[in-house]
Design a protein around this ligand. Sequence first.
Ligand code: F55
Length: 841
Amino acid sequence: FSPSGFKTKDEFEACITDVGNSGLRAEDLITGRMRPACRDHIGKIPIQLAAYSGTALAFRDRLIIDWNKTQQRQTFDDQKRIYYLSLEFLMGRTLDNAMLNVGLKKVAKEGLDDLGFRIEDVINQEHDAALGNGGLGRLAACFLDSLASLNYPAWGYGLRYRYGIFKQDIENGYQVEIPDYWLDFNPWEFARHDVTVDVQFYGWVNKHTDDDGKQVVSWQDGELVTAVAYDVPIPGYGTSTVNNLRLWSSKASSGEFDFSKFNSGDYESAVADQQRAETISAVLYPNDNLERGKELRLKQQYFWCAASLHDIVRRFKKTQRKWSEFPDQVAIQLNDTHPTLAIVELQRILIDKEGLEWDVAWGIVTKTFGYTNHTVLPEALEKWSVPLFQNLLPRHLQIIYDINLFFLQGVERRFPKDREMLGRVSIIEESQPKMVRMAYLAIVGSHKVNGVAELHSDLIKTTIFKDFVKIYGPDKFTNVTNGITPRRWLHQANPRLSELIASKLGGYDFLKDLTLLNKLEPFVDDKDFKKEWAEIKYANKVRLAQHILKTTGVSVNPKALFDVQVKRIHEYKRQQLNIFGVIRRYLTIKALKPEERKKVLPRVSIFGGKAAPGYWMAKTIIHLINKVGEVVNNDPDVGDLLKVIFIEDYNVSKAEIITPASDISEHISTAGTEASGTSNMKFVLNGGLIIGTLDGANIEITREIGEQNVFLFGNLSEDVEDLRHNHFYGESHVDPELAKVFDTIKAGTFGDEGAFSALIAAIAEHGDYYLVSDDFHSYCSTQDLIDESYKNQDEWLSKSILSVARMGFFTSDRCINEYADSIWNIEPLQVKDEDEVRART
Ligand code: F55
């Protein structure tokens, strides 16, 4: 154990003690390895943070060696690389993951123990890297882990936001957003001031014919912003592979132009230029499943795409290969439509800068890109106004028009009789103003389009992209069901469960081949094993109860059934259905006589999640949950029988505490709205059961683990349209039990009833788009069934064990292998045996 720069443990210890006592010897601790800004900070920080920085730097040193080796090897090997373009990487903390991946967590624990630190305290010092909103961003992070663990030569490209997703406070039951400045001390990033790209905006397009009669197009003037690379090492588990995540930060381009302004005394405008440039990578847009069409967002998208493409092309050109080989060397995956401009940018580079013919260039482009769709919600499908585009990216708009023209000409030839088809599939929507439909552009510019769970992939083929299936045939559209990394979501989050599994399976190989979990099935009747399984769940619940007590002041009984719904707050995810169900439960308990109450199974309803700051209805749902909590948690009639908890600021590191502690978790979206869901997988992998609709990956989870192990309820996706129609043309439809819940809210039981009127009206008066009332009865009776089932602990445990044993399919390793095989056409790099196998803790 050797924290950076310390020759002996004594030296490290003395130094930390000094920092802790006096706050003076900071320089000794950091030994000049940190940037000056950090150095200033460290004298003021508490001792735990000093221990964190020492430990992080020690592990960072090890990673750097393997990182350099991996990059050299990949360059030398010169085979195809995969580039994963995502505006979001929801990484969470790094230190724990780094310790596990290099196989030295035990050593670190002993070292820290000797120095008088608890490793958990040290790990908890780290600020989450929260550069994402929810599932889409977390998926990108799981994919990076799998790509490295499987030795694929892969790079992630994203934006280095100065502010990640906001921190959520709850004040008087309302969500309050606090900026998340996370870069104070980040030992995991490396500024590469030598790796920069100048990115152009605005300006105009000059077309002229050169002396040889060839048309030359150039994009002129406008403003330049410089992209600076920050690299983050991504270690694989049980391998020496360390891949790279490159995040771009924006700064004013240091052209002479700025200086001339400055020198001529135009300070204000020079400073304004600088601020405008830095604003591009300043903040993550906090909307999930909503695109608002703001110029700054389009600027972010182009800035990041242009910098990444420039970098990729630069790397390719070093190999001196022919352009036709580009798709054999480069695969680029688009995480939703946010990076679709990369398609246009590559076409622009090839025709305007490299002088390739349009068709040749376009052939290369379409072979290079793959596009993953994550939603069918219409409000999340990206569209950009043509005038905005024209102003910001004039050359790109021209290229998009040409792409569209050639595409539509082809469509017309194939479907000469279907004139309406052209309007339907056009990349340009003929609205006022005209709009660029990014999903259509992504489909036309890619060779494969995939959804993220079977139902979702089927739905996109039959609804939003139906015409494109006719045009390209069904083979262009495929499914890759999402997965999660078992390293973080089992081994790291639930070390005791991982250890118990390893003890039965004879080691930790299941972390690299999750299908091995099926070897647990024979233990389903093993009494001792079951007992240990139950003890671990209980210990995890105790830990969560402690967290709840510390953060909310509410004491919950760890013996109660823990019912969890943690995810972004959204009407389609239906946290309102859950809280209405909780109110019904409250009314039921209140109506019981004291002796009848003794038979009630105690339950803790736990919620967590952020609402987009501008999403009023989602904020109202949070408010209602908190108000219900205030009443229920203080009602002496109820006592331990029901507690309602809202955990503030749900994020990746909180998920690592919450997930292992759940008995039942809720995945209750309106059928056909949740593309996949991935927390459903995390909960089941940790021995929690789920209540869910037949939506997204719930369907495949059910198929894998067996219907008897899932609590399913609600209407099917094929019936949703008719039901919605009936709400407007049929009779009044509010379920009678739900009507009682509404009456209770309206009576002011949970405070000012006016605060919740919109929530009720959406269901009772405005068509109940998300079918809350239609599913309410089925939801409540399934919850009653859960109470009954939980009383039979032995059976419940069997379900829990069998479910875990059958979750092998949902590892992101399987998922990445499918992408590699069917979309990227890429092989993992051979890594020598001695590098591959490491001590595992
Ligand atoms: C963020 C920004 C915009 Cl503009 C649109 C969407 C998002 C976003 O966060 N989407 C998102 O998280 N989608 C989710 O992707 C997951 C991974 O595929 C799915 O499991 C989940 O169903 C889907 O909602």
